[in-house]
Each structure stands twice: as C-alpha cells, then as structure tokens.
Design a protein around this ligand. Sequence first.
Ligand code: NAD
Length: 540
Amino acid sequence: MSGIYNVNKPDNEPILDYTLGSRERSLIEEALRELQEEILDIPLIIGGKEIRTGIKKPCSLPHDHKRIIGYYHEASEKEVQLAITSALEAKTKWEALPFQHKASIFLKAAELLSTTWRYKMNAATMLAQSKNVYQSEIDSVCELIDFFKFNVTFMEQIYREQGVSTKETWNRTSYSGLDGFVYAVSPFNFTSIGGNLACAPALAGNVVLWKPASSAVYSNYFIMKLLEEAGMPKGVINFIPGPSSRITDEILKHPDFSGFHYTGSTKVFSDIWLKIGQNLPRYKSYPRIVGETGGKNFVFAHKSADIEALSVALIRGAFEYQGQKCSAASRAYIPISLWPSLKERLLHHVTKLKLGDVTEFTNFMNAVIDQRAFNRIIGYIDDVQASNDSSILYGGNYDDSKGYFIEPTLIQTNNPFSKTMVEEIFGPVLTLYVYDDNTFEETLNICETSSPYALTGAIFAKDRHIIDFMEQHLKKSAGNFYINDKPTGAVVGQQPFGGSKASGTNDKAGSKQNLLRWLNTRVVKENFSPPTQMEYPFMS
Ligand code: NAD
C-alpha cells in the first residue's frame, strides 16, 4: 500500500497554571506524594532490557539532600559494548520502518505526556532537579511535547523538499540515518533537552546511546518508560547512565560511532571534540558533532528603556530556576540615568522571592542542583565579598545544611571585565554594571567583546533608531536575541534555540537545521530519455 501522508500542523502545548483549587494542582500534589513514597531502582535500558549492574548511585532531592527517592545503576565498559551491539542490531529494521510509523511513536508519546504522563513527569523533574511546578511544566511537559510534535513536522518538510525535475529526468532526494550510531549526552537542567538529544536523531532514522547527567537520571528514566509505552522498538534508544568519561571513552573508540549530540558546559564539549579528533582514523565515517554549550547572557538597557519591564525581565531572567537556565541573564548594563529608579524596583521585586522546597508552591526559587554547583557559585560570591571593584547589592547568603540554597544575589560592579561579568556562573547571581549615558557605544562594544560566549542577550529601549542600532551592533553577540523581553524562555517552533562562538555549534535545537545533521542524503536521478549517440552536436 502506498500514500503520501500529511502530518497535523502542531500547536505549542498550552502551559497549565496550577493555581490553588485547580484540577491540575490536586493531580500534581498527588503525583509528588506518590513519587516520594517509593524508592525507585533505576536500571540501564539496553536493547529494551532492564539491566541492573549493582553499581548504584543515589537520586537525592537538591532541596533536601538527605532524602533519597531512588538509586540508579551505573554502566561499565561491558554494558557500553552491549548497548552498541544492541543499537546496531536494531538499526536495519528501524531505518527501514516507514516515516509515518516512526512519527506515530513520537506523536503518541506527545499525547501520553499531555495526558496520563503529565503529572508523573512533572513531579519527577520537580523533585529530582528542584524545579518549581511552573518551571517544570514548561520544561518536562510542554517543551518535550513540542520537541516531539514539531520535529515530526520539520522532518516531514525535509522529506517534501525535492530538487527540480525536467521533462526527461526525475530527481528524487531521499534520506536515511547516519552510517553507525549516535551518542547523546545531556545536561541536568532541562528534562526536555535530554529527551530531544536522544529522540531527534532517532526520528531521523538513527539508533542512539543516551547518557543522561547524573542528577537528571531520575526524570530521564521516565522519558524512557514513556517512549516504551508509546511503542518505541527495543534497542533504538539505549539508556546508559554512569561515569561520564569512562563511558564516553569506550564509545568514542568504536568504528561505528557516527554522531555526537550534546548539551552541557563548553569545557566538556571541547574535550570530547578533541577526543573524537584523536580517534578519527578508527571511524568508518566522519562523525557529525552538534553541541549547545555555555553562555554569559546579557541584558543591555538604553536610557529610553521602560524601567518596569526591564526590572521584571532582570529578576525573572536571572533567578527563575535559580539561574540554572543556559539562557539566564547573568550580566546587565544599565545607564546611570535609570539606575536610581531601577535599583529601587529591583530591590522591591527581589525581596519578594521566596526560597525553599518544591512542594511549597509559594516558593519562586528552590535549590541549586548539587554540592559541586553550590561550591562553585558561592566561590564567586565569596570573591565579590573580598573584591574592591564589586559589591553585593542584595543576597549573597547561602546554606547547604538541608538543601543547596543560595539567595538570589545582585552584584554591582564598576569593572565591566570583573570575573562575575565575564565568566559563566550558572546560579542565581546577576551582576550589574552602571555606565555613564555618554559611553553608550563604548559600553556596547564591551558587551559584545568581553565574553567568549554568544548564546542569549536582550536589549531594552523605546527609541526605534536605537533598537535598530543595538540590534546591528550586537549581531554576533547572541544566537537568541530579545528586544524588550527577558533573554530566557525560547519556545520550540517560535524561537529555535542555540548560540555560536563558545556557546556551541548553533544547530538550533528543535528545528529543521538540527534534524538535517542526523541525515544521510542520497540523490537519485532517473533519465527517461538517455542519449543514444556518443557525439555532441557541436562536434559536427
Ligand atoms: P556538564 O558539562 O557538567 O555536564 C553535561 C553532560 O556532560 C552530563 O551528562 C555530564 O555527565 C557529561 N560530562 C561531564 N563531564 C564529562 C566528561 N569528562 N566526559 C564526558 N561527559 C562528561 O553540564 P551540566 O552541569 O549538566 O549543565 C550545565 C551546562 O550546560 C552549562 O554550562 C549550561 O550553559 C549548559 N547548557 C547549555 C544549553 C544550550 O542550549 N546552550 C542548554 C542547557 C545547558
């Protein structure tokens, strides 16, 4: 049977409010209770089989770190080899499965996540990664659904785009997955990113080994179970949590390694790229490398900016999810003419931010992810306490006795090159540099050149000529650029996400651009009227 099928045009998944008394509020509270009553024993999933190695690591709550809600088993070299074999065994049938059937699995996963899986997935992310209900809803539910649905649509568009044919020839372009397997390595901070790193290459016809971040294994395991319920064939995605560099070294030695799909810090990405280069002679094909990495995201205000909108953008942009979004606002440039009233508005807002457990819904902020992150972030705060060019305007206190809590911290500096103005901190710390209105252009140059990253950035101005000027001037500063908005909150299908320079390969997660990286393209020319004479006319 043949047919050319149309995929339904996707809409972004509506975000539920979880207001007191709502249906979703009681369902999420129930899911949070249920998950906390049980201790999960999380296996590896290889070739569809659950494997328990006995080398176990705890899944604890960042906001209450002595509480353990599960243990996960770690992969060793043996399981990595098994995962590669299982993936390659699954490859031929998966690649041959018609697109409509691959797409159906992801569309069904989206539907399940929107309905029966919604609260379990949301609660798992809230607990394991210490996210409030809203932050978790936009990540683990809405964005993951959007990745599933929009990627199906983008893939359909890729398949439909065909070269020109003529009266005598028919030119067809067809695609398969890459020649071997893809290795996906995901960060802790977005459950949806983990899902997308594994699923985008799979939708394109690849088989995948997925190594989640240790602190996100708990929620990422639920994605594997969701995909299983949606009908994902065994061995297409193999889940192998465990010691990062040992697993990675083992995988990168394999001749069938053909793609790397990564999100995380810049240093880890660069180190892995170097290892891939060193292993190049072993590989059967040139591996595709896609990585979205760190950022030092800015908000730059002009004197014509709306102070109220600017203050809200700074607070939400810097402190939602404890500043642990790759896009979080981390440095700001404020004209001195706006500073007195902006400072007052910032202090007014920041004092209202409550910090604590995710099950207490009045908390805007929760804990940072783990002890290592806590120590790194407070290191920056302690440095400021001892510095003579920067000072703490608000916050700066921290306490890890129960959970890894760090107050939202505002730093004021008179040095636009100070450490907290140029290095990624990845925590609830915003540094503000107040510039003289007369040095506007010079300060724009500093913003553009003082950081090696180019992930997100926002400008605030009402003057249209100034908006145009800033947009042009800062054109290499951010892969996602915002005008009169906070630099966070990219939505799949609306603002495809990613940055260049030290922020990654800018292949835009959740876009056609990203999916193209996971495809092998074959062009077929059929000639209905092949020449039957050897001589060309000009020869006569
Ligand atoms: P991370 O670099 O610590 O870890 C990312 C992944 O790499 C994890 O799975 C980790 O286990 C693995 N890893 C760590 N060391 C490794 C090694 N030596 N060899 C192989 N794998 C290794 O990052 P994280 O703390 O999970 O996430 C935060 C970082 O991710 C920040 O820098 C943030 O900016 C970045 N991020 C970027 C984006 C983006 O779209 N640009 C999105 C989310 C996060």
